[in-house]
Design a protein around this ligand. Structure first.
Ligand SMILES: [Zn+2]
Length: 528
């Protein structure tokens, strides 16, 4: 049988402490990130009630109160008293301990030597940022704020970053009984620590929980592999590395472009980190490294690396490769500490370890808007050819004939970069401002320019049939998806996750449908 037992407990009247801590947040001396957490904080602090701080546990800080059994008096004291101040009789310390959150609330200064005036306390109090879970805003963050302001006369920290809670792929909280717990050690063993760490950063959108799945981590392991492969390519092409010779050679458009894009990536990463938007920072370095450095610059670099007749250009490319990769590794280091150190040590570098190398900075003057614009014109043309090739299922090995009818402002640009375009797009390029669209060609419109890719020799009738069939299939899939999403009993009752997936699938199908309809138009025209 269980019966309630009424007992005496110790309370703290926390209202005055809470008011001071509330004011600190209102006045911006403490900032909660994300801002939405501020509301939770206000709610707790505005509705605060006396705090029961005594616990009947055998371990913990003991309540600083002493009982005299002779006259029944109770004495609360900072110093341990030796005898009853009232009758001189023996004293017995209260057997209760403090609530664990009371002890934890002292953490910002008690760990630094308080109540002694230590160098650590003077240096590290207040601290810049506290990182913790959103479910202990009141239990811990608020208590530290109250105690810090009361005892130290100063807030304990400037920023409080409330991190995401990691859930499983379906959004369920991980629990041992459900068996959906991912053991970090196992995950790291399987995919690598860098991939795991990068995944957590990439998914850390403010105010949202992290839904982790093996596919996501696998994706970032691929990213790590990509970096390895890119670095191997750079490292295996550094013979005769000569920065002095490189200095004497004017940079090519691609060199200027990649350095400008690097400056942009640095600015974005720094901005993301400054605002605690770790996912944005991770995405910026990922996009730059994979889709600009690897996808484009490395491909372009190969041209001058493998072309021995221009040693100046080769040296220039080598230096750009090293500079950009070395800087990017430093930028990526906080997200992927191991792989970056490993590669950095093998590259020409300054210093002992990437861990203590300076974090990259970007000056506005490192951006070159003109080079970025020019390069994007070149890239758009190459991409257009690649898209047509992909849609028509023409092997990348086959060199195609292509004609561009340039807009007045791109004519010289195409001419200056025609060798680059020809290699990257695998075309024989004709630049002709008076060109008309030939028969059996695919058309792409790029800004004010037109591109015609010669499709002679491609079985257009078969291609048309294939695409029509695919469009028909997508028609049905799109209609099915729309109907499903119009049914209120589905949208309202199905798990959020399932509805979201259905929406994604519909958008994907619609996008693909539009693309195929567009390519059908090329073919119809081409076959006229
Ligand atoms: Zn006494």
């Amino acid at each position: 049988m269980v019966e309630p037992l009424v007992s005496k407990q110790w309370y703290v009247n926390v209202k005055p402490l809470a008011e001071a801590a509330l004011k600190a947040v209102r006045e911006g001396r403490i900032k909660l990130v994300p801002r939405t957490a501020t509301k939770t904080y206000y709610h707790w602090m505005e509705n605060i009630r006396p705090w029961c701080i005594s616990r009947q546990l055998w371990w913990g800080h003991r309540i600083p109160a002493w009982h005299c059994d002779r006259d029944g008096s109770v004495h609360v004291s900072r110093e341990d008293p030796t005898a009853c101040p009232q009758c001189g009789g023996p004293l017995r310390q209260d057997p209760d301990t403090l609530d664990t959150w009371f002890s934890s609330g002292l953490w910002p200064f008690s760990t630094l030597g308080w109540p002694d005036d230590t160098p650590e306390l003077r240096t590290y109090y207040p601290t810049s940022v506290l990182i913790t879970a959103p479910d202990i805003i009141f239990f811990w963050v608020a208590r530290m704020a109250m105690f810090g302001i009361h005892v130290m006369k100063e807030v304990p920290f400037r920023d409080v970053y409330l991190h995401a809670i990691v859930r499983d792929a379906e959004g369920q909280k991980m629990s041992k009984s459900q068996g959906n717990v991912a053991d970090p050690l196992e995950v790291m063993g399987k995919f690598g620590t860098d991939a795991f760490r990068f995944t957590l950063a990439a998914l850390a959108a403010q105010g949202r929980d992290i839904r982790i799945s093996e596919e996501r981590i696998q994706g970032y392991r691929n990213f790590a592999n990509k970096i390895w492969n890119a670095s191997r390519l750079v490292l295996s092409n550094l013979d005769g590395y000569d920065p002095a010779l490189a200095k004497k050679t004017a940079p090519a458009l691609a060199d200027v472009w990649i350095e400008s894009r690097l400056a942009a990536a640095i600015a974005e990463v720094r901005d993301g980190l400054r605002r605690y938007k770790f996912n944005e920072a991770a995405s910026a370095v990922y996009q730059f490294l994979w889709h600009e450095f690897c996808d484009w610059y490395l491909e372009i670099a190969k041209l001058s690396l493998y072309r021995a007749e221009s040693p100046g250009q080769r040296a220039r490319t080598q230096v750009t490769l090293v500079t950009v990769l070395e800087t990017t590794l430093r930028l990526l280091h906080p997200f992927m500490p191991f792989i970056t150190e490993e590669i950095w040590q093998r590259l020409p570098h300054k210093g002992e370890s990437i861990m203590i190398a300076p974090f990259p900075k970007a000056a506005r003057k490192q951006r070159n808007a003109d080079a970025e614009r020019q390069m994007s014109v070149v890239m758009d043309l190459v991409t257009a050819v690649r898209n047509i090739r992909g849609e028509m299922r023409i092997t990348p090995a086959q060199t195609l004939g292509a004609t561009v009818r340039p807009s007045p402002d791109t004519r010289d640009l195409y001419a200056a970069n025609s060798a680059l375009i020809e290699t990257l797009a695998r075309v024989r390029l004709t630049i002709d401002p008076g060109a008309a669209r030939p028969k059996n060609s695919a058309l792409a419109v790029i800004g004010g320019s037109e591109l015609y890719v010669d499709l002679t020799g491609v079985d257009l009738a078969a291609e048309r049939q294939r695409i029509e069939k695919e469009i028909h299939r997508l028609d049905e899939a799109v209609a099915f998806g729309r109907k499903k999403l119009e049914r209120p009993e589905f949208v309202e009752r199905a798990p959020e996750e399932v509805v979201a997936r259905e929406r994604e699938r519909l958008a994907e199908n619609e996008g693909l449908h539009a693309k195929l309809v567009a390519s059908l138009a090329w073919i119809d025209d081409g076959a006229r």
